[in-house]
Design a binder for this molecule. Structure first.
Ligand code: R5P
Length: 281
């Protein structure tokens, strides 16, 4: 077995390879004069684990080319961050189910796919090969424990995240709750507390994705106004689009952590162990 990674998933791929004791496939990409991507791999083994997050339209093309280039071997696909998953239904007439389109495209030429904390589990049913996800509640709880916050409240920013966040809290024996989120626009949300009593200790907001930062910035401001001592944020997939980091900093968020499904300076814990365990099953 060898691991072949796209350019944006190199560090995570290397960690998975190390845990599995697998070699790496050399992958080189350049551009044709007309802008099309060219990709070439080095020697393959019988099985290739292709690792690549779906972060952009360009990363989709890179993944499709890499899967095809590895087609002389059996291909197991790992998509640490499955982009386009939030458009998981036709919200308005005429829209695509983008998650389905991506899943169908990525199903070709692979025998199995593993992803991490997919936005909604139902998205997995769109793959035409066996599809599973790993969820990082243990990794997040272990990371929160390193912050030495004593007895923090582990808070979900909306109902959708509540059960995952409760699982994180259960690992550490911490209290948990969720907020009510109303989305006003792509960037703006309104946050309301569910619990009556303000929380005066430390709060760790946990979410699957941070994109613009609007959700957690609104939550952090509301919590600070209600007397929280310190507000911290941990997500699985840190997209941090535009000025998200600045927005979250100015909302008073002290610790801003994400996994390495999207590699950045905020990648403070790894999904590699969970992915390696899933591949070994
Ligand atoms: C939404 O349902 C997700 O779980 C996240 O809360 C959302 O994607 C975060 O987006 P943003 O950072 O742009 O508010």
């Amino acid at each position: 077995m060898k691991i072949a990674c796209t350019g944006r998933s190199m560090a995570l791929g290397a960690r998975i390879a190390e845990i599995l004791g697998a070699g790496r496939v050399e992958v080189r990409t350049t551009r044709f004069p007309d802008g099309e991507m060219y990709l070439k791999t080095g020697p393959l083994d019988e099985t290739t684990v292709v690792v690549g997050s779906l972060l952009s339209d360009e990363s989709l093309v890179e993944l499709l080319l890499l899967i095809d280039a590895c087609s002389r071997s059996e291909v197991l696909l790992v998509v640490p961050y499955l982009g386009y998953a939030r458009q998981d239904r036709e919200f308005k007439p005429g829209e695509p189910v983008s998650a389905r389109a991506m899943a169908r495209a990525l199903s070709t030429g692979i025998s199995r796919v593993v992803t991490v904390n997919v936005h909604k589990e139902s998205v997995l049913s769109h793959f035409t090969v066996p599809a599973s996800q790993v969820t990082l509640e243990t990794e997040i709880a272990d990371f929160i424990a390193t912050l030495d916050l004593g007895d923090p409240l582990i808070l979900a920013p909306d109902r959708g995240a509540a059960s995952f966040v409760a699982a994180v809290a259960a690992r550490g024996g911490w209290e948990t709750d969720h907020l009510e989120k109303t989305r006003i626009s792509g960037e703006e949300v309104r946050m309301e507390p569910v619990r009556g009593e303000p929380w005066t200790g430390d709060v760790v907001l946990v979410d699957d994705i941070i994109s613009t930062g609007g959700t957690l910035a609104a939550a952090a401001r509301m919590l600070a106004a209600r007397g929280a001592r310190g507000v911290h944020a941990v997500c699985v997939h840190g997209l941090f689009t535009g000025n998200a980091r600045r927005l979250l900093g100015s909302a008073g968020i002290r610790e801003l952590a994400a996994s390495d499904t999207i590699e950045s300076g905020n990648s403070r814990y790894s999904a590699a162990g969970a992915i390696a365990r899933a591949l070994s099953r």
